[in-house]
Design a binder for this molecule. Structure first.
Ligand code: NCD
Length: 488
């Protein structure tokens, strides 16, 4: 692996057969605190734009034990980001100063993926590792959580796992759930205030989910994970914050209900999730869990360094153009007129494009995409045929007619990504061609990510990019899921 940006970039086998054993392989050296012979030509730059005790510290200790040069930058104030420097330039400069691995924590979601893509595109050989991006992901925390589970329980399948606290804004639970979704027979128990409930995009990864607002629901769990109320992420929602504050605390009474061999984890820092009386209980293992961050990150640094020169295929393929039909225009009309239902509810065109099979209501949204650079001649849309025909039949589709103009390939990919059912009838030089975009996978250059904390709304060089995801659409950077209508 070159970059570590999101758990969603890893397969089950990479997570459980490579990364967990990889971290395990460094436990002995980390325990013995035995230094590798000095390798000062290797350098990690640790840029922590949000506060940290564990993640930054364990990357630093991991680098020290490996004998690397370390450049630790703590806090936004220590950087020119406070002077409105862009993330893109921050990445370029730190890479140019010799970072082989660039570890970044930031409140801006998707910033690490953006930095990684900038550095890759410009030929820097740097592994970018996400040490937490806003409410999105914290993949290396998940790696150490998995190592902890492996060391304590020795298995990942057939488990009842409960989480309590702030499941909405806590990024560690988001990442961990993405990994656990690869495991078999997982029952999930989610305990939270409605104001901090787990977003559907994570809940939908599991079929067996119980939601509750009482800690009693955790009584038969094998693993329990606590999450701090992420007060700093409740922008403009003081009522919800007040409601969610101090709601769940494991005390002696709750502890007495739990299984004797449960493991209680927490990424830390914890605030009111555990009563001080239970801190010594052997079931609460969060300090040991945090320690596994050191061997885990020794592995992450080594892997990142070893693969820093790899070219990555982080961005998906744009989509494949499929020709469904290609025949002379005369032949096409002959065929069409022969058909019984030959209603011509729009004036036939002899030069231009008809975009067909647009879902009802989408034509108007697609129309603005057919201007500027997205059209060969920029003549605009001739007309939108919507929901009616002369035979009074209700159409279950809409059509856009571009007389004398042709969408560019990128425009077709973008449209097909928003509305996968569309076909493009291209009528040109006496020929009729029906085209479809198969598996469109990236929408670029149009729309806007509705998440204001997404890097695409924060860095002038970052462009909104989306990936179709079933009925939804996913932001390539902040990984939030949206309805297609929300982005355009
Ligand atoms: C977490 C984080 O930063 O997301 N801490 C950590 O890295 N171990 C949890 C938190 O801040 O609540």
């Amino acid at each position: 692996m070159k970059h570590i940006l999101s758990i969603n970039d890893f397969t089950r086998s990479e997570l459980f057969n490579e990364i967990v054993p990889g971290g395990k392989g460094y436990i002995q050296q980390a325990r013995a605190r035995k230094l590798d012979p000095s390798t000062p030509e290797k350098k990690v730059t640790i840029l922590m734009i949000e506060p940290t005790t564990r993640t930054g510290g364990s990357y630093d200790e991991a680098g020290r034990l490996l004998g690397w040069d370390r450049n630790v930058i703590m806090g936004k104030e220590a950087t020119s980001l406070v002077k409105s420097e862009s993330y893109a330039n921050t990445a370029r400069i730190l890479a140019g100063q010799g970072a082989d691995v660039l570890v970044v924590r930031s409140s801006i979601e998707g910033s690490q993926r953006f930095m990684a893509e900038i550095l890759d595109a410009e030929g820097y050989c740097v592994s970018v590792q996400n040490a937490g991006d806003g409410t999105n992901q914290h993949p290396t925390q998940t790696f150490l959580d998995l190592l902890t589970i492996s060391e304590k329980l020795g298995r990942f399948d057939n488990l009842k796992i409960g989480f309590f606290g702030d499941l909405k804004y806590g990024r560690t639970v988001h990442s961990l759930l993405c990994a656990l979704s690869h495991c078999k027979n997982i029952s999930l128990v989610l305990v939270s205030d409605p104001a901090t409930a787990l977003p559907n995009q994570y809940k939908n990864l599991f079929s067996d989910v119980l939601e509750s607002d009482s800690l009693e629901a955790l009584h038969d769990c094998d693993i329990i994970g606590g999450l701090r109320l992420q007060e700093e992420r409740f922008e403009g929602d003081p009522v919800a914050l007040q409601r969610a504050r101090g709601r769940f605390c494991i005390d002696q009474k709750v502890l007495a209900m739990l299984k004797d061999d449960v493991i209680i984890m927490h990424p830390m820092p914890y605030t009111t999730e555990f009563h001080p009386n239970i801190i010594g209980d052997p079931r609460l293992i969060c300090v040991q869990q945090a320690w596994y961050g050191i061997p885990t990150r020794m592995f992450c640094l080594t892997e990142g360094y070893n693969n820093r020169k790899n070219t990555t295929g982080q961005r998906g393929q744009a989509g494949e153009m499929q020709i469904l039909k290609s025949l002379s225009l005369d032949k096409y009309w002959e065929e069409r007129n022969g058909r019984k239902k030959s209603a011509t509810y729009f004036r036939p065109i002899s030069h231009g494009t008809v975009i067909d099979h647009i879902p009802i209501g989408f034509g108007k949204r697609i129309q603005p995409l057919l201007t500027g650079n997205y059209l060969e001649l920029n003549q605009g849309v001739e007309h939108l045929i919507s929901n009616k025909n002369p035979n009074e039949l209700v159409l279950n589709k809409e059509m856009l007619v571009l007389e004398g103009d042709f969408p560019t390939e990128q425009a077709m990919i973008n449209i097909a990504s928003l509305a996968p059912s569309v076909t493009f009838n291209v009528i040109r030089e006496g020929m009729f061609k029906k085209l479809k975009i198969k598996k469109p996978s990236l929408i670029t250059g149009i729309g806007r990510c509705p998440n204001k904390n997404c890097i695409t709304n924060r860095d002038p060089e970052a462009k909104a990019t989306f990936v179709p995801n079933g009925q939804d659409i996913k932001c390539h950077n902040c990984e939030n899921h949206f309805y297609r209508e929300e982005i355009i």
